[in-house]
Design a protein. Structure first.
Length: 113
């Protein structure tokens, strides 16, 4: 069973940056679309960014120009570079492999004002 493990979350001040990583336990990331979701307290999980197997990317409107999704196929890892962070970006960030219905355990991002 393929596993996804996120890392890189933490506490950062508004305007700061973080890079999240999602490592897969098998060579699978290069073949499929990968997604990052986030869930703020009391809110539904929402799609933040996605990258297809041919590296086309899409973003939720509020993060466009601030977040960048990318992949390193050799490391079986997908990244989410987050810049100019805002308190509204606070939440648990999850990596998702939709074709397999797989989710990581999540990593907490907290942005203080």
């Amino acid at each position: 069973q393929v596993q996804l493990v996120e890392s890189g979350g933490g506490l950062v001040q508004a305007g700061g940056s973080l890079r999240l990583s999602c490592a897969a336990s098998a060579r699978i990331i290069s073949y499929y679309t990968m997604r990052w979701y986030r869930q703020a307290p009391g809110k539904m999980r929402e799609l933040v960014a996605a990258i297809t197997s041919d590296d086309r990317t899409t973003y939720e409107d509020s993060v466009k120009g601030r977040f960048t999704i990318s992949r390193d196929n050799a490391k079986n890892t997908v990244y989410l570079q987050m810049s100019n962070l805002e308190p509204e970006d606070t939440g648990v960030y999850y990596c998702n492999l939709p074709v397999r219905g797989l989710w990581g355990q999540g990593t907490q991002v907290t942005v203080s004002s």
